[in-house]
Design a protein around this ligand. Structure first.
Ligand code: SAM
Ligand code: SF4
Length: 324
């Protein structure tokens, strides 16, 4: 699919649940969010049907996300089913890693094409503070288990919270000691994230260079997303940055998002898209769904305006419901 600005849209992020076993400060309020009613959440067969239609329209890569996807029963079966769809070249997962150790064998068995593990700190106290309830030892165990599968592509995602004095250098060092890429993601002003200042790419780079030496730009593309990467001498993996604010990448955006309630969202910042669940549950044919998807993609906004105030149609939802 191409949008009206000539961008090829071949990647979709699918949030399979809005439930999560952590409460990261920048993503969920302490008391949790008002959860979607079970009957409003797409059933697996509905996700698979939509994925077939997306594949027919040119989607090649699918990221399974949440909330925390692995808290939804049988999430691995959904991933397996999506991997079997003709035309889908890659199915990957983004997880907080808490339950990953329990499912890694099955995920490796079905040939998952990549796993992103979110780790904002390796320090026990700090991790607990940032996630309110999390035990980083569980995530470390999951990572260690995942690393026993040498063919598995693993990336670490870290969202720095400015002013928190977070120990980002230890997280960066995961790429020194292991064959994983570590990416730093600028905090986006969505949901709880609005309360935080973002720590920009240049500040993080300066910290890393001071400790580990010169970051050399790495030009080859790694993965489907907007990250750009750097090499560091002595590091097995690369250091990447996803800098939606300081290095805006909307002109090359290739993605759309599907929430767990079947809303097709065409830009992270705006509540613009189409309600596919309504159509499905009112008996829409595949042709009608295709038409709705194409129409929504045509109306995909040109760019985000995160630094502007009082934006019309601004997304009011939480990141845990959108899927990141
Ligand atoms: N629970 C899974 C996890 O944490 O990886 C998947 C869902 S989570 C919403 C996906 C990603 O979005 C995580 O890497 C998380 O750190 C990131 N994220 C959440 N809120 C964000 C924000 N306001 N700005 C930037 N990234 C955010
Ligand atoms: Fe849960 Fe992921 Fe949000 Fe943290 S970032 S609260 S792990 S959905």
């Amino acid at each position: 699919m191409q949008d009206r600005f000539g961008r090829t849209i071949d990647y979709i992020r699918i949030s399979v649940t809005d439930r999560c076993n952590l409460r990261c400060l920048y993503c969920m309020p302490e008391e949790g969010i008002e959860l979607c009613q079970c009957e409003d959440v797409l059933r697996y067969e509905e996700f698979v049907r939509l994925c077939r239609i997306f594949a027919k329209l040119g989607t090649k890569k699918i990221k399974i996300t949440g909330g925390e996807a692995l808290v939804r029963k049988d999430a691995v079966n959904l991933i397996r089913a999506i991997k079997g769809i003709e035309g889908i070249e890659q199915v990957t997962l983004t997880t907080n890693g808490i339950l990953l150790g329990d499912y890694i064998e099955e995920l490796a068995d079905i040939g998952i094409d990549g796993i992103n593990i979110s780790i904002d700190s390796l320090d026990k106290e700090e991790f607990k503070k940032l996630t309110r309830v999390g035990n980083v030892d569980k995530v470390k165990e999951s990572l260690a288990k995942a690393l026993t599968y040498p063919d598995l592509k693993i990336k670490i995602n870290c969202v720095p919270c400015d002013g928190d004095n977070q120990n980002l250098l230890d997280v960066a060092a995961l790429a020194k000691d292991n064959p994983v890429h570590v990416r730093f993601i600028e905090m986006m002003p969505i949901g709880e994230g609005k309360q935080f200042k973002f720590l920009d790419e240049d500040s993080i780079k300066a910290m890393i260079e001071e400790k580990y030496g010169r970051l050399t730009p790495f030009d080859a593309k790694l993965g489907n997303g907007p990250s750009h990467y750097f090499s560091l001498q002595g590091f097995q993996g690369k250091i990447g940055f996803i800098s939606a604010i300081s290095h805006k990448f909307c002109h090359e955006c290739n993605r759309i998002r599907l929430t767990c309630t079947g809303y097709l969202k065409t830009c992270l910042q705006y509540d613009i898209g189409t309600d596919l669940k309504e159509l499905i549950r009112h008996g829409a044919s595949d042709a009608m769904l295709e038409e709705a998807i194409v129409r929504a993609v045509q109306a995909k906004p040109m760019e985000h305006s995160f630094l502007q105030k009082n934006i019309a149609c601004e997304e009011q939802g939480k990141m845990s419901a959108i899927g990141g």
